[in-house]
Structures are given as C-alpha cells and as structure tokens.
Design a protein. Structure first.
Length: 239
C-alpha cells in the first residue's frame, strides 16, 4: 500500500507550483484501453479517451476538450522488458471552430518489475509531434521525452489499486529543456473476468498554457474499460 501513496505524494510535491495557478477545471474522462496478444513476441494496443467539461465557466462553455486515439504495436524482448511503436491522433476542442489537430508518433521502452503482489512499472517515451496551427492550418514539428513511474497492487483476484505519475519534458531544438506537463492517477480496478476490467478514480493533468508559464490544471473522474484478447491460445487440432 505504501508504494502508490508515495507515488501520489511525490507527484503532488512536484506539481505543487502547478496547483497554485488559477486556471483549473474539473470533468469526466471516459477511456477505453484495449490490447491483444498476437503471438509470444508481438501484441497490439489501442488507447482511446475523451475529456469532457460538463459545465459552463469563465474557461468556456460545457464541451469536449479533446479526443485521443492511440494505436500501437509492442515487441516483448523479455518477460519484463518491451518496446512499443505507436501512432496517435489527437483533436483539441473537437467540435468547436478553433479545433486543432495533432498527429504523433512515439517510441517507448517499458520495464515491469513484479514484487510480491505488486507490479512496478517504468516507462520512457519519445514523442514526435505534428501540431496544426489553427491560423494557417500548417503543421509544426516538435518533440518531447516522457518518464512514467507506476505501480499496481493486487488485493485479490478481483480488486487492485493502480497509481502512476508521468513527467513531460520539452526537447525541441531552439527551446529550453523544460518540464511542462504532468499526468497522475490513483484508481481502483475491478476484474470482471479474465478478459475485462473496470478502473475508476482520480486523474490529474497539468500543462503550461501560455508563454508566461501559466498552467492549465485539470481534475477528472476517469472511468476506464480495460479489455484484452489472446490470439495465441493453444488450439486443438482435430484429425
């Protein structure tokens, strides 16, 4: 139990300055996390979500803030170590006149360390981003590096606790190397069956919103449907 609490406390300390800023919203974050095992080495993954602000405020009307679709292929190097290459499409303000599109590729390495009933996860990801300029509809290229530290603790065959924090650093040439975004969660998971689970809990997102280093803080209630398929199951051959 100590590990996820420490991760969340560490996240709060690191983003204390972020939380002190005055641009804050709350909302809902419906998510689908689907993956499938193709064989002993390869698997695919789809991660889709939407961000919804269900009320009007000084930050704008009730609306969807962004939609996100990630589709990737993972190669398992060992039982603990894997490499993933993915394509991402993201659309901010998706139903507004000032909607902005982004196309992204990323490469990541993931290390999973099982410890008793827990699984400690570390991930390094490199994003290559093509972001639309809404004034001239041209795409500008940028990149960044991300580090995630997470933990999942199993209480029983049905229940588990999930926590992580992820830090984003700008690495684009001509801009200073800068911490400019953080995602942190603390959630409860319930295994419905062997292939499906539901995760429910708190998600914090904060990022730099302008040239004055003001932060946009987002507090969400996230619900995730997790589904898994295994196409590598042993098949009986009848003669």
């Amino acid at each position: 139990m100590k590990t996820p609490i420490l991760i969340v406390v560490f996240s709060i300390i690191c983003v204390k300055k972020i939380l002190a800023q005055n641009t804050t919203i709350t909302g809902f974050f419906p998510t689908i996390d689907h993956s499938g095992k193709l064989n002993n080495r390869f698997s695919y993954n789809n991660y889709w979500f939407g961000s919804i602000k269900p009320y009007a405020s000084t930050e704008g009307s009730a609306r969807a803030l962004y939609l996100y679709a990630e589709n990737g292929l993972t190669y398992k190097i060992t039982d603990q170590f894997s490499f993933t290459n993915s394509y991402v499409y993201e659309r901010q303000q998706p139903f507004e006149m000032n909607a902005r599109n982004e196309h992204r590729l990323f490469q990541q390495i993931t290390l999973n360390l099982p410890v008793n009933k827990a699984n400690i996860k570390q991930r390094i990801r490199f994003d290559e981003r093509w972001i639309e300029n809404i004034k001239n509809h041209q795409f500008q290229f940028s990149h960044r590096i991300r580090y995630l530290l997470g933990n999942a603790i199993s209480f029983s065959e049905k229940y588990y606790l999930l926590s992580y924090t992820e830090f984003f650093f700008n690495t684009t040439k001509g801009n200073k190397f800068q911490f400019n975004e953080n995602w942190s969660i603390l959630q409860l998971g319930y295994n419905i069956n062997q292939n499906n689970a539901i995760e429910f809990g708190y998600l914090f997102i904060g990022w730099i919103n302008d040239n004055q280093n003001n932060w946009f803080n987002q507090h969400y209630l996230q619900t995730t449907w997790v589904s898994k398929l295994n196409f590598n199951k042993h098949k009986t051959i009848y003669i």
